[in-house]
Design a protein around this ligand. Structure first.
Ligand code: CU
Length: 220
């Protein structure tokens, strides 16, 4: 599958990582289909309530009544076409969701793998060369970074807000998430699982650096 790293809008990079782009695409897909269906339903409701406004009689003669099998109304053709449309919509959003899950769950090979240890209440990061940092994570730009997320005590959730990725941190278990940051900067790490009194302060920083700056820091 071709992975889109980011897309540009008026010369500006507005998406940070492949998964971020995928999420945005999926959101637009759901929002577009939802808006079209919503507009049709609400439009038809307004149209019908005006057109069929009661003029004296309260119900049409062929309205279904309690204890009686309703008389057939409409045509099979309409039911068939509507079923096809609904099936098509469900198929499209299912496919889009599966594609997204697939992208999230399969990090590209050859990445920098960092262990993430969540604890009450903070974050510890262990790099492949044994380097350890607490609270402040540093990663190079334009490289695939894979996080092996786990917990040293209760359940936590490692979330990179701007990148739209999260991973459950569970003791004895490793969950994998990945990013490929396209822009240097400082980003927010936040715990997304209520984990005790310090939960809301369980934040960290992720600093995306230019590769050469990162290499210098990493070798220190
Ligand atoms: Cu936590």
């Amino acid at each position: 599958m071709k992975v889109r790293i980011y897309f540009k809008f008026k010369g500006r990079i507005i998406v940070l990582s492949p998964i971020t782009a995928q999420w945005d695409w999926l959101f637009i897909l759901y929002a577009t289909i939802g808006s079209i269906v919503g507009a049709i339903v609400i439009g038809f409701l307004i149209y019908s309530s005006i057109k069929y406004k009661a003029k004296g009689e309260r119900e049409p003669k062929d309205a279904p009544s309690l204890g009686k099998i309703p008389a057939e109304r409409g045509t099979m053709k309409v039911a068939f076409v509507l079923t096809l449309i609904v099936a098509g919509i469900l198929f499209t959003i299912t496919l889009g969701t599966m594609q997204t899950v697939d992208l999230i769950e399969k990090p590209p090979k050859g990445s920098l793998t960092i262990e993430v240890h969540a604890y009450q209440w903070g974050w510890k990061f262990i790099y492949p060369n044994g380097k350890q940092v607490v609270g402040e994570l540093r990663v190079p730009k334009n490289e695939v970074i894979t996080f092996k997320v786990t917990s040293d005590d209760v359940f936590h959730n490692f979330g990179l807000i701007e990148f739209k990725v999260k991973g459950d941190a569970i003791k004895g278990k490793i969950n994998t998430i990945w990013i490929k940051p396209s822009q240097a900067g400082v980003y927010t790490i936040q715990c997304f699982e209520l984990c005790g009194i310090g939960h809301s302060w369980m934040k960290g920083k992720m600093i995306v650096m230019e590769p050469e700056d990162f290499d210098r820091w990493y070798a220190e």
